[in-house]
Design a protein around this ligand. Sequence first.
Ligand code: DSN
Length: 542
Amino acid sequence: MSDYLFRGSLEKLDKDIFDLTQIEAERQYRKLIMIPSESTAPMAVREALMSAFQNIYAEGYPSEESRWMSEEEILDHPMRLADYRRNGDPRYYKGVEYADAVEALARKRAAQTFAANGFTANDIYVNVQALSGGPANNAVYQALLNIGDTVMGLDLLHGGHLSHGSPVNRSGKWFKAVHYGVDANEKLDYEAIRQLALEHKPKLLIAGYSSYSWIPDWKKFREIADEVGAYLLTDISHIGGLVAAGVVPSPIGIADVVMSTTHKSLDGPRGAVLMTTKADIAKKIDKAVFPGEQGGPHVNVFAGLALTFKLAQTKQFKKLQDQTIKNAVAMADQFTKRGLRVPFGGTNCHMLNVDCSSVVGEDGTKLSGDQAARILDIIGVVVNRNTIPGDKSAAAPSGIRLGTPWITQRGFNEKQSRQLADIIADVLLACAPHAVDTVRKGKQRRAKVDFKVFNDAKLKIRKLAMGAGIDFKPTKTGYPHFYYIDDKATTGVFELNGQRIRQVLDYVASSDLSALKKGKTQVTSIATPAKKPGRAVWSKVC
Ligand code: DSN
């Protein structure tokens, strides 16, 4: 019999892709990642994602009754299998008896996790099939609106999201989008939002943001929506983990629909969860997600989600989310103390912004968000450039956006978060932005940084990253699930010299060779050209 199963590990079958997976894991290990929408999923979640559920289709939904079953009933396989054999079900495929269980569990546990405001798990209808936040929002539009209806959300430049009616997104092309902004104090002005809603009578009002760093007053949004006859969608994509842990107010039962992505502060697989306490809306949402918006769901993601929502109900998760906020508040305070302006006046969630235009060069040139993000990346802190109030275009943002979920997972507390803010401030304040005339593009911004400040910052980041009281040993089980130990890699003694060899090595090696004292050793990875042109192999040197 022939065997077409392509047996063998990723490493054996495709060394190039294997290497990429490993150097990405190594990057996540070495750098402090402060993208507010990123976190590291537990290894067990990743295990669920690579399970056999990855292989199947399951168009449709589990039985409606499974929403009200207990976990024990869902997992009572003899009962469920007998039921499955005897009766028809709402799926279009056979072979989904276990997919039914895993999706029903993911729905049930999501409802348990988000039960709040007097609404129990049995009052919450959950859909876990949307592939991510954008598609989930699109499904809500499809469920509740007709093309051309008016939607109202926060301006993208002030911290809203693309899928809240941006002209470059489907939400802004198919619907009439009206945007509210922040006031002169960079805060939401609920009376101004109310007046705008009264003027435009949106059919859907959206609260929940991507960089505005305060938790909205869900009840005020409900009142405005009721006054103008609008549905209320709360997009808690960013703060899903915070809401799940109960460390910030929940919009459950206040909003008509609550949407959260599952891979940001929830630390789960990439996906989204749609929740409502209204049976009629639940039906419309289920139809809008499938077959309206997409075909087969990702059943392996259900497995990862079921685990994620189990973990989200633990004390450890609550502590993590609580500390995540404390760390963001500490960083915002430290930046302000250091003279860097924090847009929106601070934070009470997991994210904050820094106005890079606070840094002005001798010729009046201001540091841009892009320059700041690029410089910080080189010292080992990953952030993204972001518009802040006052910016005119998403293409030229003045701010950077930072989030604390991932560093908190690594064990950071307020003290280390303040140290981190100090290091970032040292570097940003040492930047000397200036304008240069270029032949092709005319006037361009450049920034120089004092080398000593820059290098000191790099060393401090390395120390911080290594010293947060966690086992950072790069093993299969250690943080961050990075296990590239190539025993067959070339090892040896190399004599390297040249005028700037320390700087060159410091740049190309994964560890901080500039910190290496004479006669001492350090484990590092270094990219070296292989025999094949354009390919790199990784070797370990001491
Ligand atoms: N890209 C996500 C974020 O970073 O906020 C939202 O879609």
